[in-house]
Design a protein. Structure first.
Length: 577
């Protein structure tokens, strides 16, 4: 998956391409190894049809789209081959990776560490990204230094057996909680990153999210409230075998077409053809695509049975150890909350969420991925939550076939189909000019500023995502003490949806607000009405409460005209002075 930012849609001649290597007189042409993101337009507007033709032609189709334009990863030789694809026109290209020396991470970013790990050094590559070994160590260090909040669990081993498959659970009293059973009282949220090895920015969002959670407990009211009532499970590196290949390629070979930096799949070489996969490595490599190997619609749209293809489905569904281990983890975490028929919805009270991260098409993809002509029976809640998330991220919302092209065998389709749990995929977008699979590490600051707050909101809705997504978002909340009184104010916005996507919900007027002091609503707290000021989709509300002998959390919430209460937001009620 790669950037949604379009290359300039202008025609060009192959000989005029920057980076094209002229053939010396009397010799064969020297192959240009520079990798490009090549823009290919569907001349008849049939994007899904063009996607299938590109896949069948053996091209490395990137999961990105701008209107009727798709993108292919390749060299100048690829551009020449694209001329033979019917119904298409190559309309532009841009560099697929930065060129020149990779700048080191700024000192301020090198220290993105929890406070109790301040000064700890971890192995890095490509200017600041942490290695597979570093993540394994970081996860252990989190558990060691934050035993009250963190538990690390090995849920399997990679295909080669060289790397553990780890998940980190963050919650209050993690040592006693964080059990591999779906029968728990707390809400649960599962985040999975770096399924595709070359999408190196995704696992750094897990690193930053974990840091935000452990440092925020006890100081940030919303994070404190989350960790009291929610278990947040994070798999930073779903595909460590593939990641180890990609990080070695980036360090040793750069980003040319023969570099192992472009590793997308896992390291299952047993399914490769006799003699291996032909060069160049980018676009032709052994392994199985772990986001095409899941059982639902396995072998469907935008997949390949070619073992060397970047989207190879594997010789059978759920064939890979990474897939089966992650499936078992998911089943251990969430209850089955919907019927067996495709049309059976999960109830509005369904609990739990799962998100996967990829880069960097700039879309928030919801089930069904495999066919955009049908919607899930929980489409209103799933789509509503995605638009609420995109208020923070700006990502375009829709099913894969609506914002990209249909995809079979994907992770989120399987999770929703199997359990009824809300599931989606965020394709992290370019930020601050950072694009492609290999943005320089300085880009991770802007990525974190965009996506970590969105993850905090998402976890806050995990208790009943389909129901809470229907109600207003609290965009601001504060509490100010005055003697023994505490004035609490909030801003509630039912139009807090992303601006771009398919099926944006219609906002309602906000008609009520309430506060729970000291005890969360799900723990039996008693609400007190707040006074609403204004009339419309965005209002303010206030209430005065009494301070007690100690600082406590208060939970505020707003309701729309249809009677839907949104997710809560927490504030501190200080102790009386």
């Amino acid at each position: 998956m790669i950037a949604a930012t379009a290359a300039a849609t202008v025609g060009f001649a192959l000989a005029g391409l920057p980076g094209a290597t002229a053939a010396p007189s009397g010799s064969s042409q020297v192959r240009d190894q520079t990798m490009y993101k090549i823009a290919v337009r569907a001349q008849d507007g049939d994007v899904a049809g063009l996607a299938q033709r590109l896949i069948h032609g053996g091209f490395d189709l990137l999961e990105a789209r701008t209107g009727s334009t798709l993108y292919v990863l390749g060299s100048t030789a690829t551009i020449a081959r694209l001329a033979g694809v019917s119904g298409s026109a190559v309309v532009g290209r841009s560099l697929a990776a930065p060129t020149g020396p990779v700048p080191p991470a700024p000192a301020s970013q090198d220290s993105i560490l929890p406070k109790r790990l301040d000064g700890k050094k971890y192995e890095t590559y490509y200017g600041g990204y942490r290695t597979v070994a570093a993540y394994d160590q970081f996860e252990s260090d989190l558990q060691s230094k934050y035993p009250d909040l963190v538990k690390k669990i090995q849920y399997g081993k990679s295909f080669t057996g060289k790397h553990p498959l780890n998940v980190v659970c963050v919650t209050v009293d993690a040592a006693k909680g964080c059990k591999l059973t779906p029968n728990v009282d707390k809400a649960r949220f599962l985040l999975e990153t770096q399924i595709h090895a070359r999408e190196i920015a995704t696992s750094d969002m897990s690193w930053q999210y974990l840091t935000t959670l452990v440092d925020g407990y006890g100081t940030d009211p919303q994070i404190t409230a989350l960790l009291k009532g929610t278990e947040i499970w994070v798999v930073p590196q779903v595909n460590p075998d593939g990641i180890a290949i990609a990080e070695k390629g980036l360090e040793q070979d750069g980003t040319g077409s023969s570099s192992h930096a472009w590793q997308r799949k896992n390291d299952d070489e047993e399914q490769a053809p006799a003699g291996g996969c032909p060069p160049p490595y980018a676009g032709s490599q052994p392994g199985v695509d772990l986001n095409r190997n899941w059982a639902l619609a396995w072998g469907g749209a935008s997949t390949s049975k070619d073992p060397c293809s970047e989207i190879f489905i594997g010789k059978k569904k759920m064939s890979e150890t990474e897939t089966t281990a992650l499936a078992k983890l998911t089943l251990d975490l969430f209850k089955d909350q919907r019927g067996s028929k495709p049309t059976d919805p999960a109830p509005l009270t369904t609990t739990g969420e799962m998100l996967t991260f990829h880069t960097d098409a700039g879309v928030n993809i919801i089930p069904w991925d495999y066919d955009a002509s049908v919607q899930t029976p929980n489409d209103e809640g799933i789509r509503g939550l995605a638009f609420r998330q995109s208020y923070f991220t700006g990502l375009r919302v829709g099913q894969a076939g609506q914002v990209l092209y249909p995809v079979g065998g994907g992770t989120d389709d399987w999770v929703y189909s199997k359990l009824g749990v809300d599931a989606a995929t965020w394709e992290l977008a370019d930020t601050a000019g950072c694009s492609g699979f290999f943005p320089v590490y300085s880009c991770m600051k802007s990525f974190g500023q965009t996506y970590v707050p969105a993850l905090v909101y998402t976890a806050g809705a995990a208790r009943m995502p389909y129901k809470l997504a229907l109600g207003p978002t609290i965009t601001d909340a504060s509490a100010k003490a005055s003697g023994t009184n505490v004035d609490v104010k909030l801003t509630a916005d039912d139009d807090a949806y992303g601006a771009s996507g398919i099926g944006r919900p219609t906002p309602q007027k906000v008609t009520a607000a309430r506060i729970y002091v000291g005890t969360a609503p799900w723990d039996g707290g008693k609400p007190k009405d707040m006074k609403v000021k204004g009339s419309g989709t965005k209002v303010t509300a206030s209430v005065t409460v009494k301070a007690g002998t100690k600082k406590v959390l208060a939970y505020v919430q707003a309701r729309d005209a249809d009677g839907n209460w949104g997710a809560t937001q927490a504030v501190w009620i200080p102790a009386k002075s």
